[in-house]
Write a protein that binds this ligand. Structure first.
Ligand SMILES: Cc1cc2nc3c(=O)[nH]c(=O)nc-3n(C[C@H](O)[C@H](O)[C@H](O)COP(=O)(O)O)c2cc1C
Length: 285
């Protein structure tokens, strides 16, 4: 990407109306090359991504797959499959979001669609095997929204939780002010702009001992464990959301020259409730 990742993240929004304009061959090739080069997430789970042209059938199929909101006129879909494993959903979220940002950098609109794709026609198109899951797909194409809609949906127009509910210093309950986050204020701001299923924003980050500990605060009655989730066989989308947040954080830190790596070493910080679970930590180097 030639453009700064912070600018790309700032421009991305969930585009639900697409125009007729096809994706030019050279852009399609750039996107396909990018997808082909993404083969695993930060925790090592194998992921495969492919670009598929939208068909008339897809529109009907999407309705029955647990996705919400209406997608009109998508040109194509980025379909992804991930090998089942302990950190599969996070790795999938991370890699698919890299693809979303690549598409955004190319001037395309995108929208994550989470559902029960594993046994769908989408999974068949990527030839997903028994050992793989297809937790979500991403609609892609040229957006048909005007500048006003774009303004409403990006930057200041976004509905996001305030900083003090998301980021903490030393422990939960001790909010971290943006002014006190130093150079990491920018990666955190980019986490806050991340897309998440139903905009639930389940990411929580606690800074302690030079590490940034990421937690998933599950939304009650949503996702894993809820009736709808079980009936529809939905993927654990809030873990996918966590992978997306890790992607925004790591790409931004990388751009700012803040070296670090992901580790899974539970720091023993007291959890605020039974809904919060540890995911991973960014160890600054
Ligand atoms: C894992 C995941 C699944 C999603 N599923 C859908 C979906 O099925 N239908 C839809 O219209 N939007 C879907 N979204 C988009 C979210 O609703 C959107 O990211 C959120 O409302 C924030 O808005 P923004 O992306 O414009 O910043 C999904 C997002 C994620 C990350």
């Amino acid at each position: 990407m030639d453009e700064q990742v912070t600018a790309v993240i700032g421009r991305r929004f969930s585009c639900r109306r697409y125009g007729e304009r096809p994706i030019e061959a050279d852009k399609r090739r750039s996107l396909e090359d990018f997808l082909a080069a993404r083969t695993a997430g930060p925790f090592g789970t194998p992921v495969r991504l492919a670009l598929a042209a939208a068909t008339e059938e897809d529109r009907r199929a999407l309705k029955g797959l647990g996705t919400y909101g209406f997608i009109r006129g998508a040109t194509g879909f980025i379909i992804g499959a991930v090998r089942r494993g302990p950190r599969d959903m996070e790795d999938f979220g991370y890699v698919m979001e890299e693809a979303v940002l690549c598409a955004t950098a190319l001037g395309l609109g995108t929208c994550w669609l989470g559902g029960s794709f594993t046994k769908s026609s989408f999974a068949a198109r990527i030839a997903a095997g028994k050992e793989e899951a297809v937790p979500a797909v991403t609609a892609v194409g040229y957006g048909a929204d005007g500048p006003q809609e774009w303004l409403r949906r990006t930057s200041g127009g976004r509905r996001r939780l305030p900083w003090e509910e998301l980021f903490f210093a030393g422990g939960f309950g001790r909010p971290l002010a943006a002014e006190d986050a130093g150079r990491y204020a920018v990666p955190l701001a980019m986490v806050r702009l991340a897309p998440s299923a139903s905009n639930k924003q389940p990411w929580r980050v606690v800074e302690a001992g030079g590490r940034w500990h990421f937690y998933l605060r599950r939304t009650k009655g949503y996702g894993k464990g809820s009736l709808v989730y079980r009936l529809l066989g939905l993927a654990d989308l809030q873990r996918v959301d966590m992978g997306i947040a890790l992607c925004h954080f790591a790409l931004t830190a990388g751009e700012l020259g803040l070296a670090g790596r992901w580790v899974r070493e539970e720091p023993g910080i007291a959890l605020p409730d039974g809904e919060t679970e540890y995911i991973a930590s960014w160890a600054a180097e």
